[in-house]
Design a protein around this ligand. Structure first.
Ligand code: F6R
Length: 266
């Protein structure tokens, strides 16, 4: 796993945006996997800026979101469809027909989940999956104990996640207890994963993800099995990493290599 430690959440957003933007420029009809929550907001702002100021073109991009609360209408202010519309899609030139968010009102969740997986495959698979991380180490809504081979399905949220997400609702009782979520197995099939984390409250989950054992108790740790994961995190989220200095050295060596400062041969 490549670990990039940045000095601030703003810098995390800018660095993350360079990964997304370079993919969109290189492959205009790429497939993006997207996340909601507080963490990717800065990334979406930066991508909107790149669209407005530098003409970053999303017209051929297809997107698939990780998850959606069960029971919320797409127009509900706390639904993830609404979040994506208001924080990203309506500010860029993505074709609304190419944006996918699981439908929390599906009557047959199993059939809907299968169809979601099928649509991802038909689109050619996800090129880059943006991920946040829960304080319990979840990715998407794959709570502790989720199978590391899991696919899109219904999942019950832990009380920790319900508490964490209550800040978006007027009362904790309004937080849905169920969500439709891509599985860990679905996420691991993405060609690249871009994991973002900011703040001290994520430090333990990040340590367990990057340096702990691979375990279903911390579903993000399954990313260690993926060949192309870039974790962009801020200093606070990196606070518990034992090998933090080494990750910096790796990035410095990488930059020196790119700048042609490392000479080969005589
Ligand atoms: C959201 C999602 C979740 C969040 C995680 C962190 O689509 O999949 O896994 O990424 O709960 O949320 P924030 O960023 O609000 O701390």
């Amino acid at each position: 796993m490549r670990v990039i430690v940045e000095s601030s959440p703003e810098q995390v957003a800018r660095t993350a945006a360079t990964f997304v933007a370079s993919l969109v420029r290189r492959k205009p009809a790429c497939v993006l996997g997207l996340a909601t929550g507080s963490t990717p907001l800065g990334l979406y702002k930066e991508l909107i800026r790149l669209h407005r100021e530098e003409g970053l073109n999303f017209s051929q991009v297809t997107s698939f979101n990780l998850d959606e609360y069960v029971g919320l209408e797409p127009s509900h202010p706390q639904s993830y469809r609404y979040f994506m519309q208001t924080n990203f899609f309506q500010h860029i030139n993505i074709d609304a027909r190419n944006t996918h968010v699981p439908d929390g009102r599906a009557l047959d969740f199993e059939a809907h989940a299968e169809q979601y997986e099928r649509r991802i495959k038909e689109a050619g698979g996800i090129d880059l999956q943006v991920l946040g991380i829960g304080s319990d180490g979840h990715i998407a809504f794959n709570e502790p104990g989720s199978s590391l081979g899991s696919r899109t399905r219904l999942k019950t949220l832990t009380s920790e996640t319900v508490r964490d997400n209550a800040r978006f609702f007027e009362h904790i009782d309004e937080v849905p207890r169920l969500a439709l979520t891509m599985g860990v197995g679905t996420i691991l099939e993405s060609r690249r994963c871009l994991l973002l984390a900011c703040g001290k409250h994520k430090a333990e989950a990040i340590r367990a993800t990057v340096e702990g054992p691979v375990t279903a108790q911390v579903t993000a740790s399954a990313l260690q099995l993926h060949r192309d994961v870039v974790a962009v995190i801020d200093d606070d989220a990196a606070g518990n990493l034992y090998r933090r200095d080494y990750y910096r050295e790796v990035e410095q060596a990488q930059q020196a290599l790119q700048a042609g400062k490392i000479k080969f041969g005589g």
